[in-house]
Ligand binder design. Structure first.
Ligand code: UT7
Length: 331
């Protein structure tokens, strides 16, 4: 029998827009306060995409950094997968817009939609497609321009989100298996807890849907919070169990950065060591599919990930979806 094809992780890269929107700036836009936002979410500021930029520009900037670090040519890339819920347009995929900007014309390109769990879903999709023998060098991007689908008059949501992008490059390998394990889950009975109600088949775009502001993110925050904590703890444990690993084997946890209180609740419920948890929610807010990969890239740049160590990403998001993956970082 042929040796099973594994996956080597070659590099990461990330990019956040330059414009910083602080809690104090938000105080001038809606009835809120730095005090409320800081204590309820841990967020201090977030990055906002420039008027001249679109989602695929953020993805492009993160991808170029990852491609340079991996020392590969764009022509080597045979698959581009983009996880996003705030893409350039409903059609075609943001992956195709990114392909055009990168001039990566030897690649197949498509998007996946799993909201904040999108990057983790992406690692599973990439692993399967590489193992099947169909693709050899893959670019996976988690990217969001959430500011474009945020209702800036709704204080319940507008204080939470930010824009950014992260990228990872993988290659087929006979020696390595850097996507050590992954566990994914979803429950469609919760679709209404977090959604963009209009612009699809349920509520096609009309003057009325625009007037009712139905093209922006709506969320029942408290309900999402509860499911998030339970499912992140479950996913983190299941991904370890699938690989025959335990907390001791994980050198860094990179949880979805939606709310510091959610991260703290996950730490408390799971019993994991707080010192092993990477947090950057104060700087960027919730960048949905981009959060875990931007955080991982920053942790690596800051020297917080030792070579050949195991990192676990854990997330949840609209759907509801959730998941965890354990990655070996060895580059
Ligand atoms: O990636 C997945 C995306 N979603 C999430 O991660 C969100 C999960 N949920 C959360 O993070 C939290 O539920 C929120 C941060 C959204 C809200 O925190 P909370 O502790 O659940 O607050 P709440 O919704 O119960 O609101 C408490 C109060 C309300 O006032 P009343 O009804 O008690 O008078 C809100 O109207 O706080 C009010 N409030 C605000 N006040 C000042 C809501 N938003 C704001 C605001 N500034 N921005």
């Amino acid at each position: 029998m042929n040796k099973k094809t594994g996956v080597k992780i070659l590099s990461t890269g990330s990019y956040v827009p330059e414009r910083v929107l602080t809690n104090f700036d938000l105080e001038k836009m809606v009835e809120t306060s730095d005090e409320w936002i800081s204590t309820r979410t841990g967020i201090k500021e977030r990055r906002i995409i420039d008027k001249s930029q679109v989602t695929s520009d953020l993805a492009y900037n993160a991808s170029v950094k990852a491609i340079e670090k991996a020392k590969i040519s764009v022509d080597d890339i045979d698959l581009i997968v983009v996880a996003t819920i705030s893409g350039d347009a409903p059609m075609p995929s943001t992956a195709c817009y990114l392909q055009k900007k990168l001039k990566a014309f030897n690649a197949t390109a498509f998007d996946i939609s799993a909201a904040c769990s999108g990057f983790i879903y992406g690692t599973s999709v990439v692993k399967g497609l590489i193992q099947s023998g169909q693709y050899k060098k893959v670019l996976l991007v988690g990217v969001e321009a959430l500011s474009r689908v945020t209702d800036w008059t709704d204080r319940n949501t507008c204080v939470l989100f930010g824009d950014g992008a992260g990228a990872m490059i993988f290659e087929a390998s006979e020696q390595d298996d850097d996507i050590v394990s992954s566990y994914l889950g979803s429950d469609g009975s919760f679709t209404e807890l977090l959604d963009i109600p209009a612009g699809g088949a349920i509520n096609p775009t009309t003057e009325e849907t625009v007037r009712q502001r139905l093209h922006f993110i709506k969320m029942q925050g408290k309900e999402v919070f509860k499911v998030a904590v339970t499912k992140m703890v479950e996913a983190a444990f299941k991904a370890q169990q699938l690989a025959g690993l335990s907390d001791n084997d994980i050198s860094l946890y990179v949880p979805h950065q939606a709310n510091l209180r959610i991260i703290d609740a996950v730490i408390k419920k799971s019993g994991i060591n707080k010192d092993k948890v990477y947090i950057n929610v104060h700087k960027y807010g919730n960048m949905s599919a981009a959060t875990t990969i931007v955080a991982l890239d920053e942790a690596i740049s800051e020297g917080k990930v030792n070579k050949n160590s195991l990192v676990e990403l854990v997330a949840f998001g609209a759907g509801l979806t959730w998941g965890a993956c354990i990655l070996r970082i060895n580059f």
